[in-house]
Design a protein around this ligand. Sequence first.
Ligand SMILES: N[C@@H](CCC(=O)NCCCC(=O)O)C(=O)O
Length: 250
Amino acid sequence: MKPIIAIPADIRQFDGTTWHAVQTQYVRAALKAADVMSLLIPALEEGNDPDAILDRVDGLLVSGSATNVHPSLYGGEVRESDGPFDPARDATSLPLIRRALDRGIPLLAICRGIQELNVALGGTLATEIQDQPGIWDHRNPLQADRDVNYAIRQDVVIAEGSCIARYLGAGRVPVNSLHRQAISKTAPRLQVEALADDGTVEAVSVIDAKGFAIGVQWHPEYWAEKDGPSRALFEAFGTAARTYAASRQR
Ligand SMILES: N[C@@H](CCC(=O)NCCCC(=O)O)C(=O)O
């Protein structure tokens, strides 16, 4: 039986109403590269029961989003210019991340997801990182062609002996980049696993995690069917979900 993973949705506004939305690239990567089904979780400021959700799934995939984690959640200065924000997504993702880690449910956190993972565990974020000396522009190019926006265009250096090195190998791995925020103070329970050449944190793992628990700042989901490292990460997540699912059936 194919495992099921939870993906917290974003709140989006279009066609004159409010939607709970997940970009299809995450659902497709889960199915085609991890061989798991996706259960989209509505973004609610209240009303979600993380344990009731996690009782029914075999993994948690926390996706990227153009919105930012609200600065109040990590003691940051609240400036509207650091938006757009999505408090319902924050209120849904952070408790799910914490409880998935408590319960040993496999976790893959991508872009906004690694930022939520860091904040959920007590870390902080830097904003408009491209304005900092020596930091290059990691932002979404915002071209009409999404393949251009998600193009592989930078290297990350994966640390020897890191968790993610088990799946991608250590050393330089080419990835894409679509973000204007990044980890500033790394949460105490996170181990930095990869850096960009400009020092930006690009991957973390959870120290002493009960199961698969990795966050990446890049977007492996977008090329998960074609790009080796992207596919390897999703295959590892799928394997972890299958292992967890089997343990649940015992
Ligand atoms: N908003 C955060 C996280 C960036 C992120 O998740 N990017 C995904 C892009 C989604 C899209 O625009 O299609 C940041 O900017 O750091």
